[in-house]
Design a protein around this ligand. Structure first.
Ligand code: UDP
Length: 341
């Protein structure tokens, strides 16, 4: 059993999902050290003064060893990864290096130090085109791009480490992370921003001229793609519960994190118009390569194993805080990092 009071190393904790999780865990009184190279992370996304931010690479074993020596971590939560599906197709080695090879180096240090609890940011992209809906954990995992494969390989590696040296892991397969903290202090700031909800909001503010809808001929009721949008604070809550499960001696788990509710692109646009009271300028365009018609989670296993379920099921609950964040002092952007490469 691991020591639940021991500090936790959070890689990529200055990123979007990482920072919301760090904020929740720190608020629960847990001691957190964030390791982030700030390629996509933001110093200002770490809002709790008790959280230490270390600037560096997950694969820098000398650095990671020094952190283990100093803090004696009881668990690692690993968020740090690249997540642009299109880029993973054109530059696969970048994704296999960063998303697959770097965590191996981290796991080697964990093994050296006898740290055997690992919470992993996995993804519904590991399923590829679903062989059945809603997607359960027994669905075939056959990813259709290097991003999904780079994540699935880590799932396999974690399983093998479990068998070989007793690592206990939680592979949390996120569906579409969205929303942000309702106080608008932290939020989603990607550059480039490719995700649907922020882009629809950017079309409302005029930051982009219009929202292009990628395809209207999908096999869905309104012809646009259906996804399962999960509030980032619900994701954070699942991480806290996964940590508790493993810290209490629980077995390794793999589970979906979604609401179980499917929402189309057109329904997102309607939700944005309701929340903002403004009309979204829209252009209907062709399909984007590699988009399955519908990706919706069956979240029952996470409820059974972790007692977790999404508190937010209405997408307006995701759109509203994202709108608050975009209307905040930074206009949905963090200030420049002072630590630069
Ligand atoms: N989408 C869209 N226009 C955009 C961005 C996204 O029509 O500018 C669609 C996309 O084709 C997909 C859905 O919105 O069907 C969600 O896309 P997103 O990139 O947010 O997440 P993904 O499901 O690809 O992880």
């Amino acid at each position: 059993m691991s020591n639940s009071q021991a500090p936790i190393l959070v890689t990529g904790g200055a990123g979007y999902i990482g920072s919301h999780t760090v904020r929740l865990l720190a608020g629960q009184g847990r001691k957190i050290v964030v390791l982030d190279n700030l390629v996509f992370g933001h110093e200002q996304a770490i809002v709790d003064p008790d959280v230490e931010l270390v600037f560096g690479e997950v694969g820098d074993q000398e650095l990671v060893r020094s952190l283990f020596e100093k803090h004696g971590f009881g668990a690692v939560i690993h968020f740090a990864a690249y997540a642009y599906v299109g880029e993973s197709v054109t530059n696969p080695l970048k994704y296999y290096q960063n998303n697959t090879a770097e965590p191996i180096k981290l796991l080697q240090v964990m093994q050296e130090f006898g740290c055997k609890v690992f919470v992993f940011s996995s993804t519904c992209a590991t399923y590829g085109v679903p062989n059945k809906l809603p997607i359960t954990e027994t669905n075939v995992q056959d990813p259709i791009n290097p991003y999904g494969r780079s994540k699935l390989m880590v799932e396999w590696i974690l399983k093998d480490c479990g068998e070989a040296w007793g690592l206990r892991s939680a592979c949390l397969r996120y569906f579409n992370a969205s929303g942000c903290s309702p106080d608008g202090k932290i939020g989603e700031d990607h550059d480039p921003e490719t995700h649907l909800i922020p882009r629809v909001l950017m079309a409302v503010t005029g930051e982009i001229e219009y929202l292009e809808v990628f395809g209207t001929d999908y096999n869905t009721p309104d012809g646009t793609c259906i996804r399962d949008y999960i509030h980032v604070e619900d994701l954070a809550d699942a991480h806290a519960k996964a940590l508790d499960h493993l810290a209490a001696g629980g077995e390794s788990i793999r589970c979906n994190l979604g609401t179980g509710v499917g929402v189309s692109v057109k329904q997102i646009i309607t939700a944005v118009e309701e929340v903002t009271g403004k009309t979204v300028p829209v252009k209907f365009g062709p399909r984007r390569a590699g988009d399955p018609d519908s990706l919706v989670a069956d979240p029952a296993l996470a409820k059974q194993l972790l007692g977790w379920e999404a508190r937010h099921r209405d997408v307006r609950d995701m759109v509203a805080p994202a709108w608050t964040w975009m209307n905040g002092p930074g206009g949905g952007r963090y200030p420049e990092n002072s630590l630069t490469r």
